[in-house]
Design a protein around this ligand. Structure first.
Ligand code: GLN
Ligand code: ZN
Length: 778
């Protein structure tokens, strides 16, 4: 068994120029052949393997490529295909049906089977549900596993990718999710009785992994990497014992590759000593998010094992502190059998290559590291560890001086921002009592009961996008751009008046994205040209980078909002993105606590709210769709996070007069752990997603003591379906049973930017009609 040496836990896969995205979307649209899709995928895989090997890794991962999602790949690997997809005979069709849904082959070819049809959409097969991958911005497909879900090994992809890399001259280490995490990431299928957990089937699933290991041994595979990230979150003693049982069993198989159990996004806690007691050859630990090398080194039974030390941050874009990373590696060296050097997690979460960013100035660039630069850091550290400091002294020095430069750069530290924060009195985060200000707002706004509004964006038509592009490329000047945007805003205002909405929006035509738009206008942020990161399937995001103290050099939205308000007597709602969401969807600083950065962003937003107010805007919505996304994985760390997250929102929204009404919007319907935090935001009105769950959330929210305005979404904007006024009226009546009508607002679930006007106009018309019916009935 070769040593692991320098390695990474995974590598980006969407393509340096998003080749996979384009091939996938072309294939789905029927414009790219299956052969061409497979050719693009194979080319990307081969390039990645060669690149990692050329950059100097000792061992290179494989099977980290995916046509859609690596959790879906793992479900397919073990044959856990829900019944409703089994009629797809072609494997690729079945795979994409699980990922994206599809027209049912059964309906077309074999006659229908009622049971297989999801509610309402006869003839359609619903895809697997999608949810967030731990606390990242990646989304995975949730396997559905019930008592009867078949398990059957299907190692074809994994073996083929191993052989493909071998043909390039690279012996790789296939990677997949381990059995325990795969089941913990899954949800029970619809057939499962109450109380059933996918995890109940761990022993059966472990048998499939045993078969996999034997198959890989036969193929000559030296190492397998089994990821068990679910154990960095809180797990009970039974789950940890089960984990130990799994690896005890797999590691005592006679015919198998060496086993590397990887973890990332936090500390393994009690799972680490449990794993260390099994005869697996290597254990991977995240030394960036986790509590550090000391704790790992104190774990008994590591002496015979390789510790794969994740010392290079796999999910942020900063150059590593090589000096301190070497220190951590040295701490481990004496205690483990061997120490391998790695990233803290897969590099899936960062862009490919800093060299693709010609616009970033050279000084700032010297502080950054994208995937390929991180691979090089890993290689440097491994050399330092094994050949001695002197072998890499030059490189370490270079890294240290870049970090020192960053620490003292005047573009990073803005004394004026620091002073403002230091001078903030505690009352800065406090408004007058709700009962008082809501009365003042009622006078100021004079709205009917059940006021109607929308969440902010209106459809982003091709025309709107091309005007923005033309301005960006210098084809039209600022005046032309402004006049085109004003025309669009006026059209949207008139449409809302015609539809009879009560609180209007300007429609956000000037915004490419709710975070990027502000990042481009704030000091302390930069945006990238090619820094794409996979969000799910073919979807990518380009997170901005917060590199320095944040401030607002000039108003960001006032021009558009006040223009819109000038067109109408009805209140136009100002529209801002909240501090937590700004950070959740960006690469953040690693040189100060996130809470500090959040306060700086909050102050910039606060400045904007006051300027909006001064221009006659009476309602301001501060969107925080991501507030739950940053919730720490361990319960013990959650209260502290929620405290500063709530505080940042309140700092952002407490600078306005009592007369100004603050709204917020969140995109999810299951609040659970964040319910009290939402109350703590003290927004005058909170809009949430509620249509799909048919207002189920409201009684729960009311019972928690939430007693301010609430706008439960009355129709689902994720679907092209136009709701009827009757169904909206039914939902509203149900809502009014849980929440007094005086506190109830009426709006769609989320922004309308991904929809077309053909859907939006009739849907909003139905919403307004429904409200009129309900107002009469109340
Ligand atoms: N105001 C934003 C919009 O309407 C909110 C988007 C969101 O919640 N993700 O597009
Ligand atoms: Zn939303």
């Amino acid at each position: 068994m070769p040593a692991i040496g320098a390695t990474v836990l995974g590598y980006p896969r969407i393509g340096p120029h998003r080749e996979l995205k384009k091939a996938l979307e072309g294939y789905w649209a029927g414009a790219v052949s299956r052969h061409d899709l497979e050719h693009t995928a194979a080319t990307l895989r081969r390039q990645s393997v060669r690149r990692m090997a050329e950059l100097g890794l000792d061992t290179v991962p494989s099977n980290t490529f995916s046509l859609y999602d690596h959790v879906l790949d793992a479900a397919v690997l073990v044959g856990a295909v829900p019944q409703r997809f089994t009629s797809f005979e072609d494997e690729l069709d079945r795979y994409f049906a699980m990922a994206r849904g599809a027209a049912s082959r059964r309906t077309r070819n074999e006659g229908g089977d009622e049971r297989d049809q999801p509610d309402g959409d006869v003839g359609d097969v619903a895809p697997l549900e999608m949810t967030k991958w731990f606390d990242t911005n990646y989304h995975y497909l949730v396997p559905e596993i019930g008592p009867a879900t078949p398990f059957q090994l299907n190692a074809a992809k994994l073996v083929a990718e191993y052989r493909e890399a071998l043909a390039e001259g690279v012996v790789t280490r296939p990677v997949t999710i381990g059995p325990a995490s795969l089941l913990l990431l899954a949800k029970p299928d619809d057939e499962a009785p109450a109380g059933f957990r996918p995890f109940d089937r761990l022993d059966e699933l472990t048998s499939i992994y045993a078969e996999l290991l034997e198959t890989l041994a036969d193929a000559g595979v030296p190492w397998i990497q089994l990821d068990e990230p679910s154990f960095v979150a809180d797990r009970d003693a039974a789950e940890i014992t089960a984990l130990q049982r799994v690896y005890q069993r797999l590691a005592t198989l006679e015919r198998r590759p060496a086993i590397f159990v990887a973890s990332y996004f936090g500390d393994l806690g009690d799972a680490l000593p449990a794993l260390a007691m099994t005869p697996v050859e290597a254990i991977g630990v995240d030394l960036v998010a986790g509590s550090g090398a000391g704790r790992v080194a104190a774990t008994p039974n590591l002496a015979g094992k390789t510790v794969v030390a994740g010392v290079v941050d796999g999910r942020n874009v900063w150059r590593a502190d090589l000096e301190s990373a070497l220190g951590s590696l040295a701490t481990l060296l004496g205690l483990a059998g061997d120490v391998a050097v790695s990233t803290s997690c897969s590099l899936l979460h960062v862009p490919y290559d800093l060299d693709a960013e010609p616009d970033i100035d050279s000084r700032l660039r010297s502080w950054l590291a994208f995937a390929d630069q991180k691979v090089t850091e890993v290689v440097t550290l491994a050399r330092g560890l094994h050949e001695g400091y002197d072998a890499v002294a030059g490189r370490i020095q270079e890294g240290t001086s870049a970090r020192d430069d960053r620490a003292t750069a005047s573009s990073v530290v803005d004394p004026a921002v620091r002073q403002r924060i230091a001078d903030l009195p505690p009352e800065a985060s406090q408004r007058s009592p709700y009962a008082h200000r809501i009365a003042v707002q009622a006078d100021n706004l004079d709205l009917p009961p059940l006021p109607t509004t929308t969440i902010g964006s209106f459809p982003q038509t091709g025309d709107v996008r091309s005007v923005r592009a033309a301005y960006r490329n210098g084809q039209i000047d600022a005046d032309e751009y402004s006049s085109r945007m004003r025309t669009e805003i006026e059209r949207i205002i008139r449409l809302q008046e015609r539809l009879g909405l009560d609180v209007l929006v300007h429609g956000e035509p000037e915004r490419n994205d709710m975070v990027q738009y502000f990042a481009e206008l704030l000091n302390g942020f930069i945006t990238t040209r090619n820094g794409w990161v996979q969000s799910y399937g073919s979807r990518c995001v380009r997170p901005p980078i917060v590199y320095g103290d944040v401030s607002r050099p000039a108003p960001m939205t006032v021009e558009w909002a006040s223009y819109a308000q000038g067109l109408t007597d009805r209140p136009v709602k100002g529209m801002l993105t909240g501090p937590v969401t700004m950070l959740a969807w960006s690469f953040v600083r690693d040189d100060q606590p996130l809470a500090d950065t959040a306060r700086q962003v909050a102050l910039a937003i606060r400045d904007e709210t006051r300027d909006l107010e001064a221009e006659g805007i009476r309602i301001i919505q501060v969107d925080e769709p991501a507030i739950r996304e940053l919730l720490p994985l361990r319960a013990s760390e959650q209260p502290e996070y929620l405290r500063w997250a709530v505080d940042a929102f309140r700092l952002a929204t407490s600078g306005v007069a009592d007369t100004t009404q603050i709204h917020t919007h969140m995109c999810y319907s299951e609040f659970g752990e964040v319910m009290s935090a939402i109350d703590g935001l003290e927004a005058d009105v909170t809009s949430i997603e509620a249509a799909r769950s048919k207002m189920e959330i409201l009684p729960e929210l009311a019972a928690s003591g939430f007693a301010r305005g609430i706008g439960p979404g009355v129709y689902d904007i994720h679907s092209p379906r136009v709701p009827s006024n009757d169904e909206i009226a039914t939902l509203l009546l149900r809502a009014s049973q849980a929440v007094p009508a005086t506190r109830l607002w009426v709006n769609p679930d989320c922004g309308l930017k991904t929809r077309s006007y053909a859907e939006v106009e009739p849907a909003l018309a139905a919403m307004v009609t429904a409200v009129r019916q309900v107002r009469e009935a109340l």
